[in-house]
Unconditional design. Structure first.
Lengths: 302, 328
């Protein structure tokens, strides 16, 4: 019984982080029809900036906030300085569909190399603000800790803010309009280019939070070579695909589903399936329901 | 595209082989070793050119297929003590079989979906090595092709032997690939890449076509993996990291992903960049952290610049320019 509860709670925590990453990927996909494979690199860069701030002010939440802002700025900068040029140069020709994938991979390489140049020598640690020892339930101790609770709460709050922003504000409406039909949105007076940049910025912010919370989910230490960050990109991508790649609600659901599935596989089947389980989930989704669990139209052609 | 007759092409390849033979005697050990690495990369890059450039599918997990080939070759060598060329043949066949499976899945996916799936595979597959004891876990397996035959003389070094094997295998592979690309399959891949709906209407079976491309490409990747295993002497999960997949893709883009003509450019660049970066870093007296990461930075920057400004690669670009001039 305790084991079941533990499995669910761990799954929900990592699922919450995957959900954030999936949101980041979906935001970029909706605004420019590009999967940003550099997303995890940007999250890592933002986490390091958060780490730098944490060294100075010694306050986790301020660091988180600055990391968010930095992630947004970084991401917006890349959209303006780089993606616009790319989409203009390679809109046709034999590798038009491949170019954005390759270019964002190149971006990942650059970001990673620069991070390692600056911070590579030392082992960075951001001390989690809350205890990572589990709550006790009766006589036994859960794996679920105050920090994990804080992670789930932060993600829930962030998702709530994002969805209010998208549903209730004019800018949110413009974002949805230009994702749905850029040409028509342009005709209706929406500044589509600006809105795209905004989409990237929001995505950068979400990725930054995902990166920082990911380190706090463990013992707070991380390095440019952290396997977790490669996994973060893949988990985020898979969660986004489960959700249909086009919907924020889907991304959140996909993250939770993926978190729960991997958690159950680890706990009840084998711990060594950790890397291969997400891949199997992805294949199953793509074959059984390629449009995602809440998608309406065929998504895989896109 | 200018078409040389088969006889001329065979002559060119034999001449290349002879040139390589004399070259290997003229340079020092390090260069010979680098030459072997170039050969490994040429085959790996060619496998990506076939897949991405010709059939329009992106694989970010080519490194995993190289791994399959490397492990297959090593297992053959260890358990059956098979001759080297049989090891390579088995590596090609096993990797091609894996590629066929993957290709069946891939034919249903496109663009970013395929890229993400192969990326997930590249991250997931190496962990399989830890799952089964026969694959040797984190340490991996030894792959020893043995000493060069004594008849080559006392002077003949191990690295030169690697280089000869790798070069011969590469020449054969590239010759074969050229033939495939000029066959009806090559033409139908091009048609599918250009416009898949039109190609389907013209009677091309898309699924079979894409799966075939994936299978052949995986076979080449398997050969490249076995050659790589030969030059480093072992196969282990860490020999086929995600970075290898990215390097090969980078090499393919630098070579020009739509033609086989520039395949050397990418391979030589990949091998030369660490040397160049080292020279630059020591010139400016950079710190260790900068020196170690300069190659990665240079390669990624080159990759982005190529995608932005010469998306079809230098060879294709030059050809286009020449044709443009002729038309005027």
């Amino acid at each position: 019984m305790i084991q079941l509860l533990n499995t669910i709670l761990i799954g929900l925590t990592s699922g919450a982080i995957y959900a954030l990453m999936a949101m980041a990927i979906v935001l970029v996909w909706r605004s420019t029809r590009v999967i940003n494979f550099a997303q995890a690199g940007l999250a890592l860069a933002s986490t390091y900036i958060g780490y730098q701030v944490f060294q100075i002010v010694d306050n986790y939440w301020i660091a988180l906030f600055v990391a968010m802002a930095a992630g947004a700025a970084l991401s917006a900068f890349i959209e303006i300085a780089f993606m616009r040029l790319l989409l203009k140069h390679t809109s046709s020709g034999p590798i038009a569909s491949v170019a954005p994938i390759i270019a964002t991979l190149g971006l990942l390489g650059i970001v990673k190399a620069i991070i390692t140049m600056i911070w590579g020598g030392q082992d960075a640690v951001i001390k989690p603000p809350l205890s990572n020892t589990g709550f006790s339930l009766g006589s036994s101790t859960l794996v679920f800790s105050p920090m994990k609770l804080a992670i789930i709460t932060s993600v829930a709050v962030l998702v709530l803010i994002f969805s209010l922003f998208f549903q209730k504000t004019n800018i949110g409406l413009a974002l949805r309009a230009s994702a749905y039909a850029p040409e028509i949105a342009r005709l209706a007076g929406v500044k589509v280019d600006l809105v795209r940049t905004l989409g990237w910025a929001l995505s950068g912010a979400a990725g930054a939070v995902a990166g920082l919370l990911l380190t706090s989910n463990g013992n707070g230490s991380f390095s440019p070579e952290s396997m977790e960050f490669s996994l973060l990109l893949i988990s985020g991508f898979i969660a986004a695909v489960i959700g249909g790649l086009d919907s924020l609600v889907g991304a959140v659901l996909g993250g939770v589903v993926l978190g729960l599935v991997t958690s159950f596989v680890l706990m009840y089947i084998s711990g060594s399936l950790f890397f291969i389980a997400p891949f199997v989930v992805l294949l199953l989704v793509l074959f059984i329901r390629p449009q995602g669990i809440i998608g309406v139209k065929a998504g895989r052609r896109a | 595209m200018h078409k040389l007759s088969n006889r001329v092409r065979i002559a060119i390849f034999i001449l290349l082989g002879i040139a390589i033979y004399f070259l290997s005697g003229a340079v020092d050990e390090l260069r010979v070793y680098q030459g072997a690495t170039v050969a490994v990369y040429v085959v790996g890059i060619a496998s990506i050119i076939l897949l991405t450039g010709y059939s329009g599918q992106v694989s970010l997990g080519q490194g995993a297929l190289l791994g399959v080939g490397g492990y297959a070759a090593a297992l053959m060598r260890i358990h059956y003590n098979a001759p080297v060329w049989i090891c390579f043949a088995v590596a090609i066949l096993v990797a091609a079989a894996a590629g066929a499976l993957l290709g069946l899945a891939a034919a249903r996916l496109s663009g970013p979906y395929l890229a993400g799936t192969t990326l997930a595979l590249a991250v997931g597959l190496p962990s399989i090595a830890n799952q089964f004891a026969v694959l040797g876990g984190e340490q991996g397996l030894l792959f020893d092709v043995g000493f060069p035959p004594l008849s080559f003389g006392e002077e003949f070094t191990q690295y030169k032997w690697f280089f000869w094997i790798a070069s011969l295998a590469t020449l054969i592979a590239i010759f074969w690939l050229q033939n495939v690309m000029r066959s009806r399959y090559g033409r139908s891949w091009k048609a599918v890449r250009g416009n898949d709906v039109a190609a389907e209407l013209a009677g091309i079976n898309l699924t079979r076509n894409k799966t075939l491309a994936f299978t052949l490409s995986a076979g080449l990747a398997g050969l490249s993996g076995a050659l790589l295993a030969m030059t480093i002497g072992t196969v282990s999960p860490s020999a086929f990291p995600l970075a290898l997949s990215f390097s090969l893709l980078t090499g393919a883009v630098l070579s020009g992903v739509t033609t086989l003509g520039g395949v050397m450019i990418g391979a030589v660049t990949l091998v030369a960049i660490p040397d160049i970066a080292g020279a630059v870093a020591s010139r400016f007296g950079s710190s260790e952290a900068v020196t170690n990461n300069l190659p990665g930075l240079l390669v990624s920057t080159l990759l982005i610049l190529t995608v932005l400004f010469v998306p079809n690669g230098p060879v294709e670009q030059m050809r286009a320019r020449r044709e443009h001039r002729v038309k005027k």
